[in-house]
Design a protein around this ligand. Structure first.
Ligand SMILES: [Zn+2]
Length: 355
């Protein structure tokens, strides 16, 4: 049942409507960040289509079909060959493909084409999930197009991706896109506690460190998060006391140290949440609404001095830097420049183009 899934009430409503009207598109694209439940929603569609005792066109969750569809048999070994096969659930009509390494392969799409042409073996519909659809290359995308062009009525394809913009227009145009949004800290906290994934105290902190993703709430390392937050709070403090250029440049340097290389973007995320929180506090928002609620005392101090226009600009500048990083410019130089622009040393419009 969709109501058992966490968050994304809009996507739920859209999918339920389609199921009730018996107008589920043959090809769909589930788009939205990692770790917010897209795959679970796709499996829920497969359940709705194959349930033996459906309720309002939704899967009951307890019949043998529903139970088996929930079980994906991922290969136990790293052996690339096994990962290039369709990964079946315990139900003979529902399976998934995922990129074995960096790309989804042509042969995986050919297998889907072949399987999609069979009538359902035991249920009413065959459902294939194509996970990480952004890893299709030109060749595998073209192989997939063949299935998307004339899918048999009893087969459904659900592409899943966090980066829909990277898909070929020919693929995008043939799939009905359903957008998924990040979950709120409260939705994540409730999910963690309801499913007994962590204890209630940790749930609160994890939910707030998760940036909208249950995946990240579970995999995230709290020690790392806490130290990232401490470092970024230093940056924010240095920005507020606008004379502390030395601290800013030290922080920029630290952000670029080799040991934090993989954490670079996470740290920028954390910095953004701190800026937003201080900004929200300055607008009179309750501390319970903050991402970094535990730091509310320190953030309150900052919020008294923060200028909303400046805070908005900082966030734009960080976003701007993320864009620049995609084209692979020098990270160190850009971080220095970012912090100095944020501190107001260099007007953003006049700063030199760094390539
Ligand atoms: Zn069922």
């Amino acid at each position: 049942m969709f109501d058992e899934l966490t968050g994304n009430s809009r996507a739920k409503a859209v999918l339920k409507r389609m199921l009730v009207a018996d107008r589920l598109p043959g090809s769909m694209l589930f788009a939205g960040e990692e770790g917010i439940g897209k795959k679970l929603f796709a499996l829920e569609i497969a359940r709705a289509l194959n349930c033996r005792t459906p309720k309002n066109q939704e899967g009951c969750g307890v019949c043998s079909s529903c139970v088996r569809i929930a079980k994906l048999n991922y290969p136990q070994r790293d052996d690339a060959d096994e990962w290039t096969q369709i990964i079946w659930t315990d139900h003979a009509d529902v399976g998934l493909v995922v990129a074995p390494k960096r790309v989804l392969r042509v042969e995986q799409m050919r297998q889907i084409e072949k399987e999609a042409n069979f009538r359902p073996f035991e249920g009413k519909a065959r459902v294939f999930l194509i996970d990480e659809a952004d890893k299709l290359n030109d060749a595998s995308a073209n192989a997939l197009l063949k299935v998307l062009e004339e899918p048999p009525r009893t087969s459904h394809l659900i592409l899943i991706t966090a980066r829909p913009a990277t898909l070929l227009p020919t693929i995008l145009s043939r799939c009905q896109m359903i957008r998924f949004s990040p979950l709120t800290p409260n939705e994540i906290e409730t999910h963690l506690i309801k499913n007994k994934l962590v204890d209630s105290k940790t749930a609160r902190l994890r939910a707030r460190a998760a940036g909208g993703s249950i995946g990240r709430a579970l995999s995230g390392d709290l020690v790392t998060f806490t130290s990232q937050r401490k470092a970024m709070l230093k940056v924010l403090n240095a920005l507020m006391l606008s004379e502390d250029r030395a601290q800013l440049l030290r922080s920029a340097e630290e952000l670029n140290e080799a040991q934090y290389k993989d954490e670079f973007e996470e740290r920028l995320d954390v910095l953004e949440t701190l800026i937003r929180d201080a900004w929200m506090l300055s607008l009179g928002v309750e501390t319970s609404q903050l991402v970094n609620e535990e730091l509310s005392a320190e953030l309150k101090g900052i919020s008294q001095k923060i200028d909303p226009g400046r805070a908005a600009n900082w966030i734009l500048q960080i976003e701007d830097m993320r864009e620049q990083l995609i084209v692979n410019i020098n990270r160190k130089v850009t971080t220095d420049a970012l912090f100095l622009v944020m501190a107001g040393d260099v007007p953003a419009t006049k700063r030199p183009k760094i390539r």
